[in-house]
Design a protein. Structure first.
Length: 174
């Protein structure tokens, strides 16, 4: 939460990024994260279906985020990435470099391709109902909430994000 707020990627970023002067801990960000987690846990008390959909939405979001990264890595791998340089500052898309370890050549491409296919399959089936007989109690509505979340994120980006978000802030400690 604090990192997103630091990058101006969430509402009320100026408040969320405040760090306690004595402890040097982002207490507001920690409190917000804890409060959201506690509130989400109460869903299980009211409706198992709603709780199951929140869990499935989290799983679908996790798979989608891995799929996006894996696909972009495959794309960059096919384009060509610079050799590892321990002293280079990795700041933008033009200066993307390999880390000290990688799977080289065709094996790396095959690994990324397999991972992309596997993640796409997992993501697709993460939105299916948990039982064969589907009714209002067993239906998995997380695909609707996932679509709503993506739609909200796109709208938020065009309303505020593209004006304020400049990309990740790089911090260098010496």
């Amino acid at each position: 939460m604090w990192s997103f707020a630091r990058d101006n990627a969430v509402p009320f970023s100026s408040q969320v990024t405040k760090v306690h002067p004595k402890t040097r801990i982002p207490t507001i960000a920690i409190f917000i994260t804890a409060a959201i987690s506690i509130l989400l846990s109460f869903i299980a008390l009211g409706s198992y279906v709603a709780f199951s959909n929140v869990v499935n939405l989290s799983i679908g979001g996790l798979y989608a985020s891995y799929f996006i990264v894996c696909t972009l890595l495959l794309w960059r791998r096919l384009q060509g990435i610079s050799a590892y340089n321990a002293h280079a500052a990795m700041v933008g898309p033009d200066s993307l470099q390999w880390g000290p370890w990688k799977v080289p050549g065709i094996f790396g491409v095959a690994n990324n391709l397999f991972a992309c296919c596997y993640l796409l399959l997992l993501w697709f089936f993460s939105f299916w109902p948990g039982s064969v007989e589907v009714d209002a109690q067993s239906m998995n509505f997380s695909s609707v909430t996932f679509g709503g979340t993506v739609l909200f994120a796109i709208i938020w980006y065009y309303v505020r994000g593209r004006k304020t978000y400049q990309g990740p802030i790089v911090e260098v400690a010496l």
